[in-house]
Design a protein around this ligand. Structure first.
Ligand SMILES: [Mn+2]
Length: 345
């Protein structure tokens, strides 16, 4: 990572459109970069890391583009855009996009094992930032990046001693701090209002002067709705999930208006770390699935891959994985899940 070079490149961009990942790290990194450059921020709006055709079209009219927290090296967007582009990312890179008009920065080019969320990287490239380390801290906690970002958390503690006390900044402490709560509120904004919620979160983060400002905004309402809905689903899970004693596994359908698959799966797995938890939710365009087995007894990433097969896509980590099933293939895949969870395959 060359912070100075990044800053100079950014300062040379004409009216950039800033495209950020639709999560807490993306939201926070976009809010921070607006301290250095004036540009319009928009979330990436396709499924997963993809950009919609509409967004691609609008970027073609923009003079330059900044991508934050999005592994665009896995896509062909920079080739299609043919303009000045700055890419700041921290996902494992597949290729280096740097060329005469593109600067691609990723700390993993030098140190593949570094885990430095985009918010941390943007904070580092700012010139003499004051009182805003907490905004980077929110992105870092949202991305579970606490371990490698201790220096940032020390600055947060100096600038806002009330929001993180103590001397060691472990993930468990941070997720229960106000930083973690704000990260959850941003997640809640997405669950409750989708991309509109994410856009509101970004506006709110950009304008906030101190952490306590956030707790007086609409984000608080999103969070309350989200917690209520999640609690409701947890209760229904206990009553209605299909249980497979042979493999100590649960299969459960969410019927909420909100997209809660991964959050419910994580919550239930925290309560049943030895069980396999598979949660799915049908949408108009297909079915989302999350799998968890926190103690690693079973590899849920493999279970998802085997069940979904060619009817969609699935993968992730052995303890936590996600997937998607194409429309009209839901029942085939669910039957496959039942076979595997009954232990007969
Ligand atoms: Mn990130």
């Amino acid at each position: 990572m060359n912070y100075k070079k990044s800053r100079r490149f950014l300062e040379g961009l004409e009216r950039p459109t800033i495209v950020y990942h639709k999560d807490a790290d993306g939201v926070c990194s976009a809010s921070l970069i607006q301290e250095a450059i004036s540009g319009t921020a928009v979330p990436n709006d396709g499924p997963g890391i993809q950009l919609s055709d509409g967004l691609m079209e609008s970027l073609k009219d923009s003079e330059s583009v900044v991508f934050l927290d999005i592994p665009v090296d896995q896509l062909s967007v920079t080739e299609e855009l043919k303009k000045k582009v700055f890419v700041l990312d921290h996902h494992p890179p597949e290729r280096n996009l740097t060329s005469s008009n593109i600067l691609h920065q990723n700390p993993r080019f030098e140190n593949p094992d570094d885990y430095l969320p985009a918010s941390y990287l943007v904070y580092k490239l700012l010139e003499d930032p004051k009182g805003i380390a907490w905004k980077a801290g929110v992105g870092v906690v949202g991305d579970h990046g606490v371990e490698d970002c201790q220096d940032l958390l020390e600055i947060v503690a100096e600038e806002n001693p009330d929001i993180i006390g103590g001397k060691s900044y472990t993930y468990n402490e941070m997720k229960d701090s106000k930083l973690g709560m704000i990260a959850d509120m941003i997640e809640a904004s997405k669950v409750v209002e989708g991309l509109d919620g994410i856009k509101k979160s970004q506006e709110i983060m950009k304008n906030a002067v101190e952490p306590n400002d956030i707790f007086k905004t609409e984000l608080k309402d999103f969070y309350e709705i989200y917690i209520k809905e999640l609690e409701k689903e947890k209760t229904t899970f206990e009553e209605e999930a299909e249980y497979f004693p042979e493999t100590d596994s649960y299969l459960y359908e969410i019927r909420s208006n909100y997209s809660l698959v991964s959050d419910l799966a994580t919550n239930m797995s925290n309560e049943k770390p030895e069980s396999v938890i598979i949660v799915y939710q049908k949408e108009s365009y297909g079915m989302k699935i999350s799998g968890r087995c926190q103690n690693g007894r079973e590899d849920v990433s493999q279970i998802l891959k085997k069940s979904i097969g060619r009817h969609g896509s699935g993968g992730g980590h052995p303890e936590a994985a996600g997937g998607f099933v194409k429309r009209n293939k839901e029942d085939i895949v669910l039957e496959r899940f039942r076979e595997i969870l009954e232990g007969i395959s």
